[in-house]
Design a binder for this molecule. Sequence first.
Ligand code: PHE
Length: 480
Amino acid sequence: MVRRRTSIHGEWSSRWAFILAATGSAVGLGNIWKFPYITGENGGGAFVLVYLLCIAVIGIPIMMAEVMIGRRGRQSPVNTMYNLGIESGSSSHWKWLGWLGVVAGFLILSYYSVIAGWALDYVFKTATGTFSGANAEFVSSTFGGFISDPARLMFWHTLFMLMTMFVVAKGVSGGLEKAVRFLMPSLFVLLIIMVGYAFTTGEFMRGLAFLFEPNFDNLLYKHEAGGEFILNTHGEKIFTLEYVLIAMGHAFFTLSLGMGAIMIYGSYLPHNTSIAKTSFMIAGADTVVALLAGMAIFPIVFANQLDPGKGPGLIFETLPLAFGSMPFGTLFGTLFFVLLVFAAWSSSISLIEPAVAWLVENKNMKRLKAAIIMGASCWLVGILTVLSFNLWKNVHPVDFWVFKNKTFFDVLDYLTANIMLPLGGLAIAIFSVWIMSRSSTSDELDMKEESLAYNIWYFMTRYVTPLAVLFVFANLVELI
Ligand code: PHE
């Protein structure tokens, strides 16, 4: 058995510190901004059901695998995969899996920062009373005006990227770890208040039905975003697993899996911590936040006859309506967007951490310099997303296959969340059960090799996850 390593970047001060940081990474724009809008675009209930299933049977096993690999390797994902590849008697080429993650994290952060910038702008819009008493038209034209202004989007994108660089430069267990401790629970409370408001809109049950009543036609046949079925030349509906892929991709995205973020946080995890229990807690908290966001938003959508398939602007065009008419709406609204910014902030640092840790380990760089280099290049790529909502909204850079009619932002989002993360997750699953030995995985997971829990994990990771991902990918390839 191999001697257990320690990390040169430091370790979490406790198990709770890890839980908070990993929950901070998981809970973010994915839960509150992305989950509702893709659920709206893909017809609701059935999509949510598949997403929940993916969290349970793919997400949790992969999260355990990632934390386990991270703690075993104790380095940035690239070096961890390199070392464990050799240690397991396989190949150092596993480092490419680390690189896939570095690139995915980098690309995600490029657009994540732009959207977090929207939330920043909405802090000020809400605080200055822009939305008091506003109606749906006003809220939606405010949003439309906002995203068509590239200079404004650039300003907030720049600010958010600077915030991210600042925290990353300070290292893993700096101030944000402490901040997350009370911000996460506050976000939770505020979401409950929002659900309470949604209850008063008169369309609460319809919102719930939309979220939880599965209609599989909406999931399995091609349709316009949030609307009509697309028919083939014979007038028949067209079968596709593409929306299943989107639900699966989102399970990876929302749990920060498949790109090394959780792996690197795992590398700072002290021993004597149960990886299984922690993974369940993180996935549970993340899922609850997403469902609460959905329950807060869809009743407002229906009460105001809005289109659930509006796309990325959905929360910015619905929640302000609630803040505009509920008691203390300006206060709650401001607080809500502040907390959303923090949630995004604690996620963005984990997106760039694998790259920064690699620069520190391999190029002997100071964290500050590494953070500046990565942040600045990511900022530059982010400009593509800024322009996707205005000057280049009709530019479709890769106009074929699943990328047809997609803007730069859409392409980056699709490529990372629906292709790179599931691919990374697939490789992580394969590595942890087909390459690593049962004795080292059970040792690192602190489970007995013959225990039921270990064998469930083993079975899921060995068969269920890879087959599910491959099955959905196979359908995607036929779509060409
Ligand atoms: N999980 C984050 C969210 O839901 C996004 C993220 C993806 C963070 C991948 C790190 C890695 O907002």
